[in-house]
Design a protein around this ligand. Structure first.
Ligand code: PMP
Length: 400
């Protein structure tokens, strides 16, 4: 499916045809995204918002057109609910520092889950140090599903936020965000969703999910690095205090008094990643032209083949068997360190990720130091999974 759209596949890895199974870390870029960025720098580039000349107006219009494209892509009700940030990581830190920290009292609680990426743990942990917040952790069952009964028990009158991932970057598990948000809202608690892994694997409708914040990075959506999105429900805008000070985020400035712009400008201080925004727009157009449902169906088909092939390998243990899951599968080969598996695969031209995947608490939960992670993108094929399987059998032979 659409593999030829990606010029990277004309290159090799260790002199073998590249088999890229690391899209969960970052997806490869289609030519249309590369071209859009190049075209923008060649013909439309200027700084935005402040220029009164045509070129700057053109650049501004292109940048703002991306905001509209994002709004439509994730079905936000209002354009000003779309804040451009550098990444998922920045989006989560922004919520922690602008929306939670100013109102937090020692002993207040944040609910996170045991399957979070560090970027949805550390910003909250920092609040434990900065203001005495307490982290409450939703446990993960052996299957890789969140313990939903335990989740309900974690709320108290001190709960200030639920911060949970839409899809796990290690287990692949898709969490039932709509239900989790409903439960939180019944208790008056807002919900932040880390959408870094979900955004590329399924249609996302923030209005239907009814989450309060949704964070994702363009680079996992076949777009460029350097830009991400924070969806922030309008209801909370007045409570979100300035986070980084600088140009563009103000209304008026004197040495005695500064007044701040409305959201989203309040959180877009300084020159933003303009060209990356143009690339994000091209990426959204690209995936929309294929269709998110069609992409998801292709990945689910490959996922089935992948899981069946892995299950047939001796002494291979998949970490996280719960479905529904995105095209992400992690495993250990008993007696062989994940890094050794990764090295053998690399020599066969196969790019996978090994290690703790920025989810150390999850490694502890499953009692493994590291796992091998295979993650799928729209360009992967069944032949590549066959090649992976052959290489894993080879790994077994090499290491006994
Ligand atoms: N959350 C999850 C679930 C992720 O997989 C990642 C990226 N690996 C992030 C957050 C952080 O994304 P970024 O590095 O683009 O900020």
């Amino acid at each position: 499916m659409k593999r030829d759209d990606f010029p990277i596949f004309k290159t090799t890895n260790r002199n073998k045809p590249l088999i890229y199974l690391d899209s969960a870390a970052s997806a490869q870029k289609p030519q249309v995204v590369i071209d859009a960025i190049q075209q923008f720098y060649s013909s439309d580039y200027a700084n935005i918002h402040r220029g009164i000349y045509e070129l700057s107006e053109r650049a501004t219009a292109a940048y703002e057109a991306t905001r509209l494209a994002v709004q439509q892509f994730i079905h936000a009700k209002s354009l000003d609910e779309i804040i451009f940030v550098s990444s998922t990581t920045e989006a989560i830190n922004l919520v922690a520092q602008s929306f939670i920290r100013p109102y937090l009292k020692a002993g207040d609680e944040i609910i996170v889950s045991a399957m979070e990426h560090h970027s949805n743990i550390v910003p909250w942990y920092l609040l434990t140090e900065q203001c005495g917040a307490v982290l409450k952790v939703i446990p993960v069952l052996d299957s890789g599903e969140l313990d939903h009964d335990a989740y309900q028990q974690l709320f108290s009158s001190r709960t200030k936020l639920v911060a949970v991932t839409h899809a796990s970057n290690v287990l692949g598990t898709i969490n039932p965000i709509k239900d989790m948000a409903r439960i939180a809202h019944e208790k008056g608690v807002p919900v932040l969703v880390d959408g870094a892994q979900a955004i590329v694997h399924m249609p996302v409708d923030v209005s239907d999910l009814d989450c309060d914040f949704y964070a994702f990075s363009a680079h996992k959506l076949y777009g460029p690095t350097g830009i991400g999105v924070l969806y922030a429900k309008k209801q909370w805008h007045d409570k979100m205090l300035p986070y980084q000070g600088g140009g563009e985020m103000i209304e008026t400035v004197s040495f005695d008094r500064i007044t701040f712009a409305d959201v989203p400008k309040r959180f877009e201080a300084g020159t933003p990643p303009i060209a990356s925004a143009i690339g994000l727009h091209a990426a959204i157009d690209y995936v929309s032209s294929i269709g998110m449902e069609k992409m998801a169906a292709h990945e689910q088909q490959l996922l089935q083949v992948l899981e069946a092939s892995l299950q047939a390998i001796a002494n291979l243990r998949i970490i996280g068997t719960h479905h529904p899951k995105v095209g992400v599968v992690s495993f250990v080969l008993d007696g062989i360190h994940a890094h050794d598996v990764g090295s053998v695969l690399d020599h066969e031209g196969i790019a996978v990720r090994v290690g703790h995947h920025c989810a150390m608490p999850l490694m502890t939960r499953f009692d493994v130091p590291a796992v091998v992670r295979v993650s799928l993108g729209l360009y992967n094929t069944e032949q590549e999974i066959e090649a992976l399987t052959r290489a894993l059998h080879l790994t077994r032979k090499v290491f006994g």
